[in-house]
Design a protein around this ligand. Sequence first.
Ligand code: SF4
Length: 811
Amino acid sequence: MEIRWTEELPESIIQRAMRSSLGELCAEAAEARDSAHGSLVTYSPKVFIPLTKLCRNVCHYCTFAETPRRGTAAYLSREEIIGIARQGVVAGCHEALFTLGDKPEARYSAAIDALRALGHASTISYLADMCGAVITETGLLPHVNAGVLTSADFERLRPVSASMGLMLETVSPRLCEPGQVHHGSPDKDPVRRLETIRLAGVHKVPFTTGILIGIGETRLERIQSLVAIRNLHRQYGHIQEVIIQNFRAKADTRSADAEEPDLEEMLWTVAVTRMVLGSGMSIQAPPNLSPGTYAQLVRAGLNDWGGVSPVTVDHVNPEAPWPSLDDLRRATALAGKVLTERLTVYPAYVEQRNDWIDAGLHQAVLRASDGVGLARTGKWSPGLAVSRQVPNHLAEAPVGADLKAMVSRANAGTRLDAGEIARLFAARGPEANYLFEAADDLRREKAGDVVRYVVNRNINYTNICSYRCRFCAFSKGKTHEALRGAAYDLDLGEIERRVREAWDRGATEVCMQGGIHPAYTGATYLDICRAVKRAVPEMHIHAFSPLEIQQGAATLKISVEEFLTELKQAGLDSLPGTAAEILDDNVRAIICPDKLKTQEWLDIVETAHHVGLHTTSTIMFGHVDGPLSWALHLLAIRDLQDETGGFTEFVPLPFVPMEAPLYLHGKARKGPTLREALLMHAVARLVLNPLIPNIQASWVKMGVEGLKLCLDAGANDAGGTLMNESISRAAGTEHGQELPPVDMRKAIMALGRMPAQRDTLYRPVSSERRQASVDAAPLAAVVQTPPGGPRSLASMARATERLSMSRGNDK
Ligand code: SF4
């Protein structure tokens, strides 16, 4: 392979690099970095797994490589490797960094014998086996540094390694000459190393590389090395980060007395790397090799600290301990940045995982990542209990002026655009805390300190559904049989009984939704409304998602408007704004491909508002979506509200993953992180201001402690007591099926806020209703009428025929 750099060495970069002052270079580099990476400086919490320290090379500065020693195993055993990885899991790591010598079997018979005993013919074969074991047994994502690799090696390793790396070190062939550091090390031939980096591009492997400075190269040669990396990245787009590693002299090496590069050399090289590789490239320097200089390095344009281990030493530089994460966080904050955890594979490659990451690794990657492809932090998922403690972020890191300006505009009721809203969702650390406080202030101003709740009962009349929403663990259909619970289809008598019991227990509302039963028609929904009013005429019927409205209208062959009008006459009072999921068709195509499209949902809700039926609005987030789709969703809700004024509230519904098919099949994240869940409430408060004054938190998804956090981050409403929550419980939430009014009031008062029972439309309820809710008797056991009961059998045949005709037309 021909090394291409000299003819393409940009004269302007050389001129600026060689002639500008260090201060000018650093300022230019930092500005470029900020334009792409904002306030974040990342690192990867990792364990370091030195699979073997045998190596066929003899680099003069290296203490990692060892020669075979009697009594010392040539390779770490599987048990040792899994043991290290498990320690990493306990310590919150996401990455298993396999670093090893280059092809030791090419030099040592001890390596050949050891591999044979392990059942492998090559180091690469054993490495691939161990990477697979780490993923399967711990979920950590392997990153492999295995030296110079062939095409066959990449094919073997890609399915078990989320990313890989090889330090280019230098393109200078001079350093392979006698007396130079790479003399006698065949794998340090720059042509071979560049060829490995090129092959990584060919095989679509997110790749880490970098240069080693202070090993005898000149500044010009450093630039040449960086340009060579840039050229390969331009061709393949696979270089995810570039490491600037400074040579450290080690005792007992041939370079023991060589001079180490000083801080100015490091800063110059970091800044010039930014100029050569551009604003978007991730540029890192290992913090353990430059203690005490972190803030200067950040100011020189880096945006990443690489892997830092809370468990293992840096086996390549064992004399250089990792900094404590608190020190690193504080120093990063002093430079105006927020230290943030990432995965071994960078967000852009997580987002484009179908191209860049082997399908067999998607599950592990998604389970470890948040909404932008950075690392999930904390163990919380929707449906699990949350600790009251919010992560403590250092006050030193500043809040961006752009973010403050957006908050001011939102406070004034200005419509932010999608890019601005996505920027709000990117807030972390002190910026996230700033948004929580700003949203809380706005909540106080617009909605006061009263926290309202409605005493209601969920009645899910059937869990039989002909749709195949991939997030849904509730429905029973051909693809969902294995999920929790048996199929049921309530008869009207049981529905009426539940309504009467709910009234006796202080309820003012029944909230009714169900699966899209193939035998249901619009007449079924009308019958259900009449049954509720027959049982308790005063009961508010809050029922039927826009999907059910569409189905009901289609089966009766009438318009949505006509059907809604009929439902209203039969007693329907308002609609839940569910089935919205994410109002972004790109996401809907993945999570609910056969459901309503975004515009259909909006049209049905708009029609409901026009016929005088209020609706709620919801978002179900944290699966395969991200900040931009959240922003589009919020804007769609805001714009419709601006037109109709028909939404009573906005309800963020964090995706509960545990039993959801999409998650079980490895195709979704573990729901939003706690930061993302709280931000959804805070950002909604700001973005929907002043059009939607009520932001509701879901105790079903967040738990009581999570509910309290949301009420401190912009939410003002605690939703319903529910009595029979079953949809989220089917998905795996641990938060029970009812939050009794007494407990609801207790949770609200613990925040120093005033609880108040409301009706569905946010009006106060009578003292009789309040007292009835407090004096409520225990719930009687429910009867889950099995499918095929009298009502179903009577209508099944003709309705199925009608539905299939109408759905066939729809599609
Ligand atoms: Fe059916 Fe609703 Fe579940 Fe979709 S979300 S499968 S429509 S019950």
